[in-house]
Design a protein around this ligand. Sequence first.
Ligand code: PLP
Length: 422
Amino acid sequence: MNVSPVWHPFTQHALEPAMKRIVRTEGAYLIDEDGSHILDAISSWWVITHGHRHLAIMAAIRRAAESYDQVIFAEYTHAPAEELARGLIEIAPAGLKHVFYSDSGSTAVEVALKMVLGYFHNIGAPRHRICVMEHAYHGDTIGTMSAGERGVFNAAYEPLLFAVDRLPFPEAGREQETLDAFETYCASGQVAALLVEPLVFGAGGMKIYPASVLAELKRIADRHGTLLIADEVMTGWGRTGSLFACEQAGITPDILCTSKGLTGGALPLAATLCTAEIFDAHLSADRRRTFFHSSSYTANPIACAAAAANLGVWKSEPVGGRIEALAANQRRHLQRFGADARFGNVRQAGTIAALDLSVPAGGYLSDVGPRLRAFFRERKLLIRPLGNVIYLMPPYCVTDADLDLAYDAIDEAASALARGRL
Ligand code: PLP
């Protein structure tokens, strides 16, 4: 076997075909070494919002690179981080007052968990139980895996994972079970926080639940002094129709985690936003109350400048209009599959569209996903189904014609699969 020294993520190298080498990115496309334009229908793992290499963001990166590389972020600060923090506070749900930087979605959530435990420790009423929902995904570090759904992905690491309280996912018609279970856990007075993806559970299968449930979860949490961490790593930056999904529930979480679309997808950066109450609990003449967390590249100035430019794009361009148009387009396409027996559970949240292929064994480890991926790859489409769940989450610049092609390919794939030809 001719295996490259590069070890790719979530990749079984013994089974995967050779990696496609990308030489350039532009708009909604990845361009490979043969010059083929591949439609990035999942925004390169959900990070690209406006489109690849948005001009204003790339220009901001070039400008920042004229002045900075990395700057230590303890004892020293810099304008890109400060400007970005002010900008984030301005657009985030009201009441979030402080911004802690890190480098990925996983670290944004790890930071949130540590903030929560630090808060309860520092106010002298320690709590350490974390509540999550079935099908959750928050990252691949030990802490975030602990909070995520357990299964084949983390079986090997299970002995290191900490225990959490789990709520049933609020399936349609069974929302009250989730709320009742949460109320019961909270009544112990021991639940430090509910960690939850607002409105859409991404990697857990693009599962959607109503904003009213999130609003009610927040009310229950408030009644019991439990904090709510909104993991907006995937849902943020317009994916569900609003800038942050929490807005649709009319709530301000105690902590909000953002990454992926924070820089429009150009550079790795994450931010964990929190209330003054949580920050203030770490404010003391006693050094033991310090928030003991950092990573070397915290608040990289070039990444912060990219994110600040992204905020500028949101202000100066009709991003909301593009999102509405894309959402409408997704809705139109999904209607075509609504009554089609080859598909089930056709669903949408803003720009995110998902549907389940009706196949007998479509779990993540089945070969349905890889076969579908190969089928789409041949048609110059980057679509990575989660088992039998096919979803499209393209950049907002995607054209109607390209979306047509993607849905035609999904249609074709379903027929090929039904005829045993895939
Ligand atoms: N949280 C959510 C909701 C995610 O969807 C992801 C990644 O897909 C993460 C956290 C982890 O982000 P990262 O892969 O940047 O560590």
